[in-house]
Write a new protein. Sequence first.
Length: 321
Amino acid sequence: MPRFFPFAVIALVLCCATALHAQPYPSKPIRIIVPFPPGGAADVTARVLGEHMAKGLGQPILIENRPGAGAVIGYEAGARAPGDGYTMLVVFPSFVINAFVRSNLQYQPFRDFKAVGQTISVPMAISIHPSLPVKSMQDLIALARSRPGELGYGTPGAGTTHHFVGEMLGVAAGVKFNHVPYSGGAPSVTAAAGGHVPMLISNVSEIAPFAKMGKLRALVVTTAERAETLPDVPSYREAGFPQLAMSNWAGIVVPAATPQAVITRLNSEMVSGLRNAQIQDKLKVQGMFTTPGAPEQFDALLKSESTRYAKAVQDSGIKLD
């Protein structure tokens, strides 16, 4: 056997490794981790957007639902993923909120992730089961004041934006509600519609069908102006709580080690989808409004929301440990 054979083998291996490394991105399926169950705003947006992005990227995009613990299970799964461009993570405000209400997190938003872009903005609503003798927010607050700590409100989970809406309302109105967390938006809405919890804080997109069927009664939307999906429901400003006005939002991040060129590519395909008229219409029907923008814009939003929720935690005293 020629003496140069081992060197030839090494050279061949190095050539193969270089060829593999030089494969254009993406060269295999990409997954989007959704930290909520199927059926909610996060899941619907990921599936609609993922289908569009897959065409531009030339690879399938697989949706992986990882619900539980107020989305922490999904967020931590994203933090453990390699930064190779083949894992994206859908995040909601709980992504930054958790840093202030949980002491044992296995991720940090600004250490472990980089922003790809915001996807949607979603008004929220406060609703009740029709059996509750309440017609307005004033009625609800009066009832809560007469029964301190008895009125339970369902949310998609502890530490979510919806949880903060309930606690901040309680502080502003001087009443005490009982938080009842579920494992996602769809389970919380189902529970409220079934009369298992008297009060619900949900995305407008999730409550609208039940409100139209009379299975739930929407009292207010949490934005300063009325929501198109529920045009007859007063806004927070009209109900006397302009200082509490807020929207839910969602976006996509990737593990921090992901190359900037990959982030730019993903953002380009994502923005293309968010600007697609058919996708906009499909999401708008469900009360979700697309918010295309650069990674830097979403990073700025994450930081400003982090500051806002840090103050809210201080004012309300919310702790989840």
